[in-house]
Write a protein that binds this ligand. Structure first.
Ligand code: PRX
Length: 662
């Protein structure tokens, strides 16, 4: 086996996954393959080849069940780095998700099965969901939202969040959903960056039995957002007291009532490249990036991948446990499943409320057949103990999926044996906010899986692993993970910053999209993603930019300098550790440590609060003044510092960093 390149070696030393020696493989169960959409490896290979060699034929056929008002004239135009897909087509994305099911048996099929945290559930059929979306779209128009206006959504996991997103899509107003765990400052920055005109929110959302005051956070955020004209409030917890600002705040159903019968059953058709949504994600600088997705390409990517990766059948009950505030929720709770007419479970609460048995009870209660969740959740369930799983039957399950981070083979095996009872294939899906849909996976009826490997490319996807010199790496030689050609659901740009888009994704490897990840491809062509090689961490499946954490800490009056690094963590994948130097006059006390953790939670969100803060007299730097993160990572992990320290400005700094409290 060739030696991995330096940067991949560095990540591998994080021991996020110990996959270099993993050799087990699991063939798709024969009875699964028999009924599967893609029943054999040869069938996958044939489709895959066609998707690369004859994309026109491939995409025409695979999108025949989607609704285009005008067909496209040309499949792709690529002027590096900008790609445009399905040129000349016009469509309204919601017609594929809703209208096309009307008048078919799907009209009365459950679109959303909502399970509240307290435990009651309601079902919305496709017909009902369509009706609600049409009504709410009229309400948005009545409030002055026009095609192209941005709408921010800050809500919990309720059916209304899906209604809100689709209503925006219906009138051509790009939505930007902000995860309900973000603090007011983060919400404010996102609203201002895309100049949203309107905010959709709810009074509060129950989380582990207590209300999370979403409206209150919106109130704080919109004090500093001159662009916001209206705030629409859904009453989820009517007992929770909120203030409604006269002239600005409108009750959700009042807004619907005021729009009256002003409904347009036939929605406008937009250009294929009309913006569908902006979703903010962390990058390697302090400012989050507004990832822009457009209509036709995104719909096609999510539609086709949902159908094949989850092998959707008409009677499936599909549950993706992500929050709708992240890309997984957008693509695999809303657009992908609904455009396929699937029944989706939407769960409002925490995985361990009221106890660690909640997920498994819910699967039995709703007879879930497909479960799509994150490795961090799986590891937490492993730790909670098998007794919670053993209380449930889980007999309805037929397929399992993971997303968001590398999964360690032990957790994978537990998922397979304990949850899937050895009979359910597992799809380990690799993708990103930027990619819009799944780019790497195995297909459950067609291709065998290897625990910890994300498998093979999806249709139309041409990945590679390249060395520091930009050359295709040999089998098992690590390197940069890239995409050599555009795919339909790729991001189109970073909202308001096309130059950053070029820099971030298209400058690292000539002519290719750089994912920011390190990977290796094995002798069977299977990909093993080891993690980020840029300054981005993955903490419990949440993407956190080290620069974002650092600039937030430096904004505190006591902090002179900060350097954030990841440390391997059994459940979270990575824990966030920050090294901090203080300004003169500030003492490194335990109280200050708590204050700084709270500061990050308040500015960004609780999920981004550092797990550890280490005070230092100075940070190790090269002679040119660059912080040596590699060393800090090793120090944080309690490892021997290896490698070249000859450029270190002052070796005594390193000695002092050890044995610090956090
Ligand atoms: O590092 C990869 C990791 O998550 C990153 C993308 O994060 P985000 O945009 O938040 O989207 C997460 C959900 C799609 C990737 O660059 N990642 C995602 N899926 C996997 C993964 N790493 C390994 N294996 C995966 N299956």
């Amino acid at each position: 086996m060739a030696a991995p390149t330096k940067e991949v070696k560095e990540i591998m030393s994080d021991k996020i996954t110990n996959v270099m020696t993993e050799t087990r493989r699991f063939e798709p169960p024969a009875d699964f393959s028999k009924k599967a959409r893609v029943p054999a490896k040869e069938a996958y290979e044939k489709l895959y080849r066609e998707s690369l060699d004859d994309p026109d034929t491939f995409w025409k056929r695979e999108t025949a069940d989607l609704v285009f008002d005008k067909a496209w004239k040309k499949t792709l135009e690529w002027e590096l780095p900008h790609a445009r897909w399905f040129i000349g087509a016009t469509l309204n994305v919601t017609k594929s998700c809703l209208d096309r099911h009307l008048g078919t048996p799907t009209e009365n099929k459950a679109a959303l099965v909502w399970e509240s945290e307290p435990g009651d559930s309601t079902t919305l059929s496709y017909g009902e969901l369509h009706q609600q979306v049409v009504e709410f779209a009229a309400a948005l128009e009545n409030l002055g939202v026009k095609k192209g206006d941005r709408v921010a959504i800050y809500m919990g996991m309720v059916p209304e969040v899906v209604v809100g997103m689709l209503a925006c899509a219906r009138i051509g107003a790009p939505h930007t959903v902000v995860f309900g765990g973000f603090a007011a400052e983060s919400l404010r920055d996102r609203i201002n960056d895309c100049e949203a005109k309107l905010v959709l929110t709810q009074d509060g959302a129950p989380r582990r039995g207590k209300p999370v005051a979403l409206k209150e956070t919106v109130d704080a955020a919109v004090e500093h957002t001159p662009c916001v004209e209206k705030v629409v409030v859904f009453r989820r917890m009517p007992d929770l007291e909120i203030t409604m600002k006269e002239g600005r705040d409108v009750d959700w159903y009042d807004a619907v009532g005021q729009a009256g019968s002003n409904r347009q059953p036939e929605p406008e058709a937009f250009d294929a490249e009309h913006p569908l949504f902006i979703l903010y994600t962390s990058g390697s600088t302090g400012k989050p990036k507004g990832i822009l997705h457009t209509s036709a390409g995104y719909l096609v990517g999510t539609h086709v991948s949902t159908k094949y990766v989850f092998d959707l059948q008409d009677d499936d009950v599909y549950w993706c446990t992500a929050d709708v505030g992240w890309i997984t929720g957008h693509s695999y709770i809303v657009y992908g499943p609904l455009s396929n007419g699937a029944t989706c479970v939407l769960y409002e609460g925490a995985p361990n409320f009221p106890d660690w048995g909640r997920f498994w009870e819910l699967i039995d209660k709703h007879r879930v057949t497909i479960l799509y969740t994150a490795p961090t959740a799986i590891r937490a369930f492993v730790k909670a103990g098998d007794e919670w799983v053993d209380k449930a039957s889980l007999a309805s399950l037929r397929l399992l999926g993971t997303v968001g981070e590398p999964i360690n083979p032990d957790a994978w095996m537990w998922y397979r044996d304990k949850i899937g009872k050895g009979r359910c294939p597992i799809v380990d899906t690799w993708w990103q906010t930027e990619t819009g849909s799944i780019l790497m996976t195995t297909l459950p009826g067609a291709t065998y899986s290897k625990p910890g490997s994300t498998g093979l490319p999806m249709f139309g996807v041409e990945p590679d692993v390249v060395t520091s010199e930009g050359e295709s790496a040999d089998a098992n030689e690590g390197g940069r993970f890239i995409m050599k050609r555009p795919w339909p659901s790729m991001l189109r740009t970073i909202w308001g910053d096309d130059e950053r888009f070029r820099q971030q994704y298209w400058s690292e490897v000539e002519g290719a999209y750089f994912t920011g990840d390190g990977a290796r491809r094995d002798e069977d062509g299977y990909y093993w993603v080891v993690g980020r090689i840029d300054d981005v961490l993955n903490v419990s499946g949440h993407r956190i930019g080290t620069a974002e954490i650092e600039s937030t800490l430096v904004s505190h009056s006591s902090v002179a300098e900060a350097a954030a690094v990841g440390r391997p963590h059994d459940i979270k994948g990575q824990a966030l550790i920050v090294f901090v130097t203080l300004k003169p006059g500030h003492a490194p006390t335990p109280e200050l440590r708590t204050t700084l953790k709270t500061h990050v939670a308040k500015e960004i969100g609780k999920f981004a609060a550092p797990d550890g803060i280490r005070f230092a007299d100075a940070l190790p730097k090269t002679r040119s003044g660059k912080i040596m993160r590699r060393l800090l990572k090793q120090v944080a992990a309690g490892e021997k510092t290896e490698g070249d320290v000859s450029t270190l400005e002052d070796l005594s700094v390193l000695a002092k960093l050890r044995d610090e409290d956090e």
